[in-house]
Design a protein around this ligand. Structure first.
Ligand code: ZN
Length: 261
């Protein structure tokens, strides 16, 4: 009952003395838990192939509670992510997004491809991290089934709005009138709206020419995080806490942290 699949390690957890349990997002079997026996032993063949970010070909045996990792061959280690603090922090955010949003057994082929593409781009990224993350979040939430609806008011259908908000509950723009009776709405201006639209419809590897002010990106990012957390029914992303800590008191979130623009 050996199966072959490729996958990206999202998380590792020590198990007993020398083993670990890894959460892997696979191409064809969705998110799985893999048991890597002896992965902490010196000279173990599995050490590198069971670290977060690493992308491998696996031969797995399906047990009752786990998939046992019998063999792993590296496809890409994405080691350059570890060379830059921004890449590491945001890389962990990409992994956490996948881990917290995808349930074991869920169909997640598109999300696997997105994560693979995201890590590939991130491993070479030197600037504009927040723009990349925003673009990623928009695609991610769309593949989860919650693509933001931006053409007309999500409640009454009114088009060509000049004043509107973003409705976290329904996932789209909402006119001021309708927003009076909806409780879960966030401030949104025209610059945020246009940036959201542009980043949503531009492929992840073609966002270089898009110019968005830092202020607009910070505000949009806050909305995206709230929106995703609401949809996956979670309270927070631990990887984003690390960002706040790195940035001091968390007052001006990310403010001094990004080197871009
Ligand atoms: Zn309306």
């Amino acid at each position: 009952m050996n199966i072959k699949d490729e996958g990206i390690v999202l998380k590792e957890l020590r198990f007993k003395e020398t083993s670990k349990i890894v959460t892997i997002l696979t191409k064809r079997h969705g998110k799985i838990k893999g048991m890597a026996r002896g992965a902490y032993r010196p000279k173990s063949q599995l050490t590198v192939n069971t670290q977060p970010f690493s992308y491998n070909n696996y031969i797995l045996f399906k047990g009752r509670n786990f998939y046992y990792i019998n063999q792993a061959d590296i496809i890409e280690s994405f080691y350059t992510i570890r060379e830059n603090v921004n890449r590491v922090v945001y890389g962990h955010y990409l992994l956490e997004l996948a881990d917290k949003s995808i349930l074991e057994g869920d169909e997640s082929y598109k999300l696997f491809l997105l994560l693979r593409k995201g890590l590939k781009i991130l491993s070479k990224l030197d600037k504009s991290f927040l723009k990349f993350i925003l673009s990623y979040e928009l695609k991610f939430v769309s593949f989860l089934g919650y693509k933001p609806l931006l053409d007309s008011c999500i409640i009454c259908g009114k088009e060509y709005l000049h004043n509107f908000k973003f409705d976290i509950e329904y996932g789209g723009i909402i006119c001021n009138k309708c927003s009076l009776v909806e409780s879960n709405c966030e401030y949104m201006d025209m610059a945020m709206y246009q940036a959201m639209k542009e980043l949503l419809y531009t492929p992840l590897d073609r966002i270089d020419d898009i110019n968005i002010s830092k202020k607009t990106m910070f505000k949009l990012h806050e909305i995206m995080v709230k929106y995703i957390l609401h949809k996956i029914d979670r309270k927070k992303f631990n990887s984003l806490d690390v960002l706040k800590t790195l940035n001091g008191q968390g007052g001006e979130l990310y403010g001094n942290y990004f080197r871009d623009d």
